[in-house]
Each structure stands twice: as structure tokens, then as C-alpha cells.
Design a protein around this ligand. Structure first.
Ligand code: GAP
Length: 439
């Protein structure tokens, strides 16, 4: 058997739309720049990714979760440095008005959009935070920001979590939530968008222990991506040479997307930058009293892991995509080889024909499986066509109820990857799926 990996983002965009993973936002109005909606299968896949992350973080002894508001006190963003520093250098082409990030293009070259020479304006700093107004009056005093990262909702809750949960260092706080950035050049499908979701964890540690915390979290986070099914050869580390205003060390986990290598997750040693600034701006004491070290008072350092949920989903979809036997009219198939626990649909139940005597046991089995898994019931088209459709959405098992079922009380279970079929007793199907696919 020959097989191809994903060759272009266009293939994934087409499959996402045709099979119900991802749609363009406000499509019937012509779409909204770089905003995307998760369709029925996309939201399942994304929820499964989020759940895996959430469990890996909070099913531990040392991490609590929070879900902070998107809108925060505007001082938060002054303290965090985002009002002053969260900018990209922007240039316009004077001829065609196209906009570019000045650090992404050669300013001496002709405009890549219209070909005009010497047409760029001087670079100016453009703040990426979206602004809105709190309350009915639109004045400067009512400006609030849509958060550009979830992390600050964790920092401002440091005292609350530490005290209510009686936490000792080291401990972490995890959060999943929306973030917004008015990116100058969004693109590559859901890789860089203006509204996205982050899964962030801040690990509060004793100053001086940041190197060992970095090593620990680098290993944990790399393994998490591999456990989700990403091929290790598609992953690599990138050490930051230029550090953000808050960091003393930073590494990215990059994935080889269809458009090239790109950052998927950042692991940042943020020192006490955030707590120190919030303490100064809020005038609230955020120091930790270390009972293990003579009641010494200090601001904890922070080791952050920050992964974009949508980028992670893009990597999971890109990695899962296979075109098998390309060009062979009979054997060609697209199959999404998701790790079964991430697959949006775990099993498809299919009566061989749309006949009452088959649909009875088929719906009975469906109801039983639905107590534990997300399943689909499919009666339309030939069995071969139904298998192909389930392959394209990555369903690990297809279960066919045929006329033999009526006498032997067994069904045929077909494996997505090997396409092998096994006859399984009706009352054993659920445990079989659980064992075989670790569902
Ligand atoms: N709190 C640290 C922080 O936000 P970041 O490197 O700016 O760090 C972390 O972002 C992760 O968020 C990135 O690795 C990426 O996965 C995701 N991300 C950032 N900007 C994004 C965008 N415009 N669209 C989609 N995901 C984005």
C-alpha cells in the first residue's frame, strides 16, 4: 500500500468544510477575516483535546484550575506590559494600501501585493490588543481590552488560589480560554487567527529553581504531544534568541505544518515579572510566605506552558491525514488516523439495509454505546461508501448489523486503520471497543 501525508493546507481546508470540522465565520455574509467556526466534528475534536490537556494538568497533586473572565481591569494590561509592549511593527504600501509586518518582509524589495517599488511607509508600532468599552458611554475612561492571553487571569488570582486551596510552592494554576489578538497578518487557516483559544498553566516556584522546572515541563509537554499521536519527527524544539519582555528563557515546540515549521507551544520562564508588576500596580501584597524556609517572604517565579488549542487541533488534523493508494480508483481513500480517544466520533453503527428488522437491534446497540461514547448512526448509501465517509472523519470503528445478527446475536466490527473485520457478540461490543481503542 502506498500512502501520502497531507500535502497542502488547501486539502485540509476542503476536508474540514465538506465533512463538518471547520467553517468560515459568517460564511453566508462572505466570511470575516481569519475567523473560523468549529463545526459539529471540529467542536468534538477540540473538546477532546481540551479534555486531555485539562486532565494532564489538573489530575495531579500540584495543579489547580480556574476559569477567569475575558474582560479584566484595564490596569492589568498596563501592569503586564501589554499596553506598552504588545506591538508589531506595521508598514503600509502607499500604492495598494496592503499592510505588512515590517519584520516579516524586505522593506527594500517591491511590494509583494502590487509590485510597486519604494512604496512602504515608515514602520510604526501597532498594538495587537482589541479594545471595547465597558458600559454605555464610549470614552477613554471606559476602555477595556479583550484579553490577548489567558495568563493574566491566573496571575491576578494567585493569592486567591494559593490561600483558598492552602497551596505550598511549587504549585500550578491551569486555564483554558479564549484570547484575542488583532494580528496584522493572520492566515494559514486556523494557524494564526484573531480569536483563538489557549491552554495555559503557570507553575509558581521558588526563585532559583527555574532551570529544573523548565527541564521538567519541557519533557512533560513534549510527551503530551507525542501521546496525542503526533509523530515525533514532525516536532522539534526552538530556543528563543530574542526574549519577550517578561522572560529569562523560552523554548517553543514547533510542528511541521503543511505551510512549514511553526510554533505550537511556548514554554517560558517568566521570572517574577508578572507578580512583581501586579503587586506594584495593584498595591496588594502578592508575596508568598515560605514556611519551609523560615517564613521567608518572596515573590514566586513562574514557569509557563502555553499552547494554542486551535494550533494543536491543526497539528492533530494535519498529522492524522493520510491519502492511501493515491490514483487507484478502487483502493484510494482518505483516512484521518486520529488517536481513537481524540476521534470526534468513536463508532458508527450501520444496519446493512434500512429495514425494520435490522434497525431494531442497530438502534438498541446505538443507545447502549451512546451511554459512553459519541456515536453516529448511518443508513445511507452502500456499506463501502459509509466506510469511506467514516474513514474521512476518523471514526475508529464501524459496526454493521446484518441478517446474521438476527440469529447469531453478533455484529461485524471494522477497524479504520487496518480495515480488518471481526465478528463480535452484541453484548461484548462496548467492552471490545473500550479495550481495543482505549476509549
Ligand atoms: N502567555 C504567553 C503567550 O501567550 P504566546 O507565545 O504569545 O505566549 C502562546 O502564545 C501560544 O498561543 C502559541 O504558541 C500559539 O499556539 C497560540 N497563539 C498565539 N497567537 C495565536 C494566534 N494569533 N492564533 C492562534 N494561536 C495563537
Amino acid at each position: 500500500m502506498s500512502e501520502q501525508n497531507l500535502k497542502s493546507m488547501a486539502e485540509l481546508v476542503a476536508l474540514s468544510k465538506s465533512r463538518g470540522f471547520i467553517f468560515q465565520s459568517s460564511e453566508i455574509y462572505g466570511g470575516l477575516g481569519s475567523c473560523w467556526d468549529m463545526g459539529p466534528l471540529g467542536v468534538e475534536l477540540k473538546n477532546n483535546i481540551k479534555q486531555t490537556w485539562w486532565r494532564s494538568m489538573t489530575f495531579r497533586d500540584d495543579i489547580e484550575g480556574v476559569d477567569a473572565a475575558i474582560l479584566m481591569h484595564p490596569e492589568v494590561w498596563r501592569a503586564s506590559g501589554h499596553v506598552d509592549n504588545f506591538t508589531d511593527p506595521l508598514v503600509d504600501c502607499k500604492a495598494c494600501k496592503a499592510r505588512f509586518r515590517a519584520d516579516n518582509i524586505d522593506l527594500t524589495a517591491p511590494c509583494s501585493n502590487c509590485g510597486a517599488k519604494d512604496s512602504f511607509t515608515e514602520p510604526r508600532n501597532f498594538n495587537l490588543m482589541f479594545q471595547t468599552h465597558m458600559g454605555p458611554v464610549q470614552e477613554s475612561a471606559s476602555v477595556v481590552y479583550l484579553r490577548p492571553e489567558t495568563a493574566q487571569g491566573i496571575f491576578v488570582n494567585f493569592n486567591n488560589v494559593q490561600q483558598t486551596m492552602r497551596r505550598k510552592l511549587p504549585f500550578g494554576i491551569a486555564q483554558i480560554g479564549k484570547a484575542f489578538r488583532n494580528e496584522i497578518t493572520p492566515g494559514n487557516f486556523i494557524f494564526r487567527t484573531r480569536e483563538f483559544e489557549q491552554m495555559e498553566m503557570q507553575y509558581f516556584i521558588k526563585p532559583g529553581t527555574q532551570k529544573e522546572a523548565m527541564e521538567m515541563w519541557k519533557e512533560i509537554r513534549w510527551n503530551w504531544h507525542v501521546e496525542n499521536g503526533l509523530r515525533p519527527e514532525k516536532l522539534r524544539w526552538k530556543a528563543h534568541e530574542e526574549l519577550s519582555h517578561y522572560a529569562d528563557a523560552a523554548f517553543d515546540i514547533e510542528y511541521e505544518f503543511a505551510h512549514g515549521w511553526g510554533e505550537m507551544e511556548g514554554i517560558h520562564s517568566r521570572t517574577d515579572f508578572d507578580l512583581k508588576n501586579h503587586q506594584e500596580f495593584s498595591k496588594k501584597n502578592l508575596q508568598y510566605v515560605d514556611q519551609m524556609d523560615g517564613n521567608k517572604k518572596y515573590l514566586p517565579y513562574v514557569l509557563e506552558t502555553s499552547v494554542g488549542c486551535d494550533r494543536c487541533l491543526l497539528a492533530v488534523m494535519s498529522d492524522a491525514y493520510r491519502l492511501e493508494n493515491p490514483g487507484d480508483a478502487e483502493k484510494e481513500r482518505v483516512v484521518m488516523r486520529f488517536k481513537p480517544s481524540l476521534a470526534p466520533i468513536k463508532a458508527a453503527v450501520m444496519p446493512l439495509m434500512k429495514k425494520a428488522e435490522l434497525e431494531g437491534p442497530a438502534t438498541g446497540l446505538l443507545r447502549e454505546l451512546q451511554k459512553d461514547f459519541k456515536c453516529e448512526y448511518d443508513t445511507s448509501g452502500s456499506i463501502g461508501k459509509r466506510y469511506r465517509r467514516q474513514d474521512e472523519i476518523g471514526t475508529p470503528a464501524c459496526i454493521t448489523i446484518d441478517y446474521d445478527t438476527l440469529t447469531d446475536q453478533a455484529v461485524t466490527v471494522r477497524d479504520r486503520d487496518t480495515m480488518t473485520q471481526e465478528r463480535i457478540a452484541l453484548d461484548k461490543v462496548k467492552s471490545y471497543l473500550k479495550d481495543k481503542f482505549s476509549l
